[in-house]
Design a protein around this ligand. Structure first.
Ligand code: IMP
Ligand code: MG
Length: 177
């Protein structure tokens, strides 16, 4: 890809991501067997993770999306996430699993979990591919975590920098080179 040096090594390779997504799916399956699971992807960044995770799950599930905006075009959260697109499905009595690609301050997930908890769902849990745990500003439980990272702005596999680079097949550190 022209916009990214081919010599750059990914932080998480395609293979490492696929293996970890498979493991997460196995844990989710073990926990939700026989229940009415709804995967709620957080737009836009979760679209690839959700697509891969859903195809690894051999249980009946419904899929929906929700949109939260807090970054605009910048790299730093505005601190005030707004839910701008609601789920279409009725979540009453359902087990909801929020699927997000990365958790940073936790502000986005906190707003989402609070909102979804008022939707009549039987339970609301969270799966996140990457967790920047040390950046947390508000408390939020991530029930299924793919990878933990200390620092750095990541792109690829759904993760963007100002809406670009989501389509990289692995996860890289953002670089200006
Ligand atoms: P939080 O509200 O600070 O936890 O931010 C969560 C959201 O910020 C994520 O769902 C991403 O959309 C975005 N975000 C946080 N860190 C990164 C990153 O390293 N790369 C790309 N997007 C990020
Ligand atoms: Mg996101």
């Amino acid at each position: 890809m022209k916009f990214f040096k081919s010599t750059s090594e990914p932080v998480y390779s395609k293979e490492a991501i696929a293996a970890r997504v498979g493991e997460l799916a196995a844990s989710i399956e073990a926990d939700y067997g026989g229940k009415q699971l709804v995967l709620v992807g957080v737009l836009t960044g979760s679209f690839i993770f959700l697509a891969d995770l859903a195809r690894e799950l051999s249980l009946d599930c419904e899929i929906d999306f929700i949109r939260v905006e807090s970054y605009g075009e910048g790299l730093v959260t505005s601190g005030a996430p707004r839910i701008t697109t609601l789920t279409k499905l009725d979540l009453t009595g359902k087990e909801v699993l929020v699927v997000d690609e990365i958790v940073d301050t936790g502000l986005t997930l906190r707003a989402l979990v609070d909102h979804l908890s008022q939707s009549g769902a039987a339970s609301v849990k969270v799966a996140a591919l990457v967790d920047k745990k040390t950046h947390r500003r508000v408390d939020v439980t991530v029930d299924y975590t793919g990878f933990e990272i200390e620092d750095g702005f990541l792109v690829g596999y759904g993760l963007d920098a100002a809406e670009k680079r989501r389509n990289l097949p692995a996860i890289y550190l953002l670089s200006d080179r």
